[in-house]
Design a protein around this ligand. Structure first.
Ligand code: DCP
Ligand code: MG
Length: 578
């Protein structure tokens, strides 16, 4: 993660330099003050006569130093912020771009909630760490080291106080850090959990309402929230001990200083102003230690977060480019050879020994009961997942040979769960091919039978779509998604149950348009209704992850029992098959 700092180290360096200026100003003040008290007020160097002019000159000097210190402070804060924020920005960008490269199996295993926490909250923690290193580490160690030397230079007998106070403070800090450290990892996990619950409930709000689950879901949220608050409280309670204990030690140290100071002054070894300065120094020293403790705490929290961010940054994409294929002689063929597949997080095999050859330009139907593996099968074509065994070929070449872009350019798919984004209808269709011109967009929308309803929208193609497409009906969403896929003009068009929300007439119009304007493109149509695929050149019937028959409609009616059953049930349901 350090490499993201490369561009900004100069700001860190400047911040450190300005910080040295700020602390130096703070540290000179007590010394000057001691001079004012001893010589200006008490007149110890001038036989007891107060020296007013000294008070004025030293006072002005103190004022100038304060101003310079303040200026350094402002510049230091500005540099720290530039450095911290820019660093955070870089890390967030890198995380996001890595998440985009992840395969579904990887995003599934991280969980969406956790990915969001990592990109937001965890990055902020690391950002805080960087800022506190730049600012706090220098400030506190200067207070600590320079403060101790100056204190001892005032009177060496103060070493007794230092020797007693330091171990006590260190003990206090170490104990609390030791107790709080393990809690930080847990804390981030609790935030993950809460983000997951919130995310699920917001995106699934309709289901929650429809099934009157608000109560249960609120309880689930409460549980996640309570767990988070409990962990946070434990951290806070533990940390809240640190300052009071420190204050007690500080006050005892001050009493001891005054006591030693009084004895020394009486013996003539020290002046009262120096005792005053010593009190300020010991406060600065112990505060420096306290700050150091806080930094250590930021360290452990930042490191816990850093580890989580690194998991994202170092996650190798599970599905990567092949060497590249270029032009192929064949266009539009798909071939599965002995393909078996199981989902990474699930041992059960979803597809078994699939052998299938889909020819260029063929219209190929797939039908089968729900959960039999249709979506899983076609997801293998564009490498959304990789087959566990066997090979998949597109245009006669193993798909692992292609660069991912090359492969995915050839395949245009309308996924079963069509995702629309919260931009305009036009932008949603344009996702198919960004460079497409107006005529092409309209042609695609017309073929998808979408233009009619689009033009009825208040702003036509420019009408904004709500997040997830909820401002459109199910059938409208499907048609926008089909238009998007048609615009892409791949060699292989996959429609995964993409017309399920359309009436048969609209569906037939889409198919006519495809026959007319998109002839030659291989079409793979997954459908629940026989009517959607009966005109296909061939239809594969799937059952429990296997293809049990593959032929034309008429032949399947004669030879395949399962197909006959589906046909009969749909005829009974209202003649949908005709
Ligand atoms: N499955 C899984 N993990 C996933 C997706 C699916 O374990 N991320 C399982 C659930 C099913 C099997 O894989 O048992 C096949 O799922 P498909 O989505 O491939 O099934 P279909 O597309 O055939 O079903 P439907 O008609 O409902 O879309
Ligand atoms: Mg499916």
């Amino acid at each position: 993660m350090l490499r993201y700092m490369k561009k900004y180290w100069i700001f860190a360096l400047l911040a450190a330099l300005f910080m040295i200026g700020e602390v130096a100003a703070d540290m000179i003040q007590p010394k000057l003050m001691a001079g004012i008290v001893d010589d200006g007020i008490l007149g110890l160097s001038g036989n007891g006569t107060p020296d007013i002019s000294l008070i004025t000159t030293v006072g002005i000097r103190m004022l100038l130093i304060v101003l310079a210190g303040g200026l350094c402070g402002i510049l230091c804060a500005a540099m720290t912020n530039i450095c911290g924020q820019s660093y955070g920005n870089e890390v967030r960008k890198a995380c996001f771009s890595n998440i985009m490269k992840m395969s579904f199996e990887q995003t599934d295993s991280f969980t969406t909630g956790s990915l969001i926490t990592r990109v937001t909250n965890d990055v902020s923690q690391v950002q805080r760490l960087v800022m506190s290193i730049v600012r706090g580490l220098i400030r506190s160690s200067m207070f600590l080291i320079a403060g101790t030397f100056t204190l001892l230079s005032l009177n060496v007998h103060f070493n007794i106080v230092v020797a007693c106070a330091f171990p006590l403070v260190i003990l206090d800090i170490v104990f609390i850090l030791w107790k709080t450290n393990p809690l930080f990892g847990i804390l981030q996990k609790r935030i993950d959990r809460m983000n997951t619950v919130i995310g699920e409930n917001i995106s699934g709000a309709r289901v929650v309402r429809a099934f009157i689950q608000e109560g249960t879901e609120t309880e689930r949220f409460d549980r996640a929230n309570t767990e988070l608050v409990e962990t946070q409280m434990r951290v806070l309670i533990l940390t809240s001990f640190m300052r009071p204990i420190m204050n007690i030690i500080l006050n005892m140290a001050i009493v001891a200083l005054i006591w030693i100071g009084a004895i020394q002054t009486k013996a003539g070894g020290m002046r009262p102003g120096d005792v005053m300065a010593a009190i300020t120094y010991i406060s600065q020293i112990l505060n420096g230690m306290m700050m150091l403790a806080m930094i250590f705490q930021t360290f452990s929290r930042g490191f816990a977060s850093g580890r989580r961010i690194n998991e994202i940054l170092h996650a190798e994409p599970a599905i990567t480019d092949g060497p590249g294929v270029g032009e192929t002689a064949v266009k539009g063929s798909v071939c599965f050879r002995d393909v078996s597949f199981s989902y990474p997080d699930n041992q059960a095999e979803v597809l078994h020994d699939i052998d299938l050859e889909i020819r260029p330009g063929e219209v190929f139907g797939i039908i089968g009961s729900t959960g039999c593996g249709k979506t899983s099968l076609i997801n293998l074509i564009s490498r959304l997942y990789d087959a566990t065994e066997g090979t998949v070929e597109v245009d006669g070449v193993n798909i692992r040979e292609y660069k991912l872009k090359e492969l995915r350019d050839r395949v245009a798919a309308v996924p079963q769960k069509n995702e629309l984004f919260s931009t305009t209808i036009r932008e949603n269709i344009l996702l198919g091919r960004e460079q497409a011109n107006e005529n092409e967009i309209r042609a695609a929308a017309q073929a998808a039978q979408a233009e009619e309803f689009i033009l009825e929208q208040p702003h036509g193609y420019e009408t904004p779509v709500a997040e997830g497409g909820t401002s459109l009906s199910g059938g409208q969403r499907q048609r926008v998604a089909i238009a998007r896929a048609l615009l892409k003009k791949g060699e292989i068009l996959i429609l995964d149950d993409s017309t399920s929300a359309l009436d048969l007439v609209t569906e037939a119009k889409i198919y006519d348009a495809l026959d007319r304007d998109y002839a030659g493109i291989t079409r793979i149509i997954i459908a629940q209704r026989i009517a959607s695929i009966r005109n296909a050149d061939r239809i594969a019937v799937m059952e429990n992850g296997s293809i049990i028959a593959c032929a034309g409609h008429e032949e399947l009616l004669r030879t395949c029992g399962t197909y006959q059953d589906i046909y009969q049930s749909q005829v009974k349901m209202g003649g949908a098959a005709e």
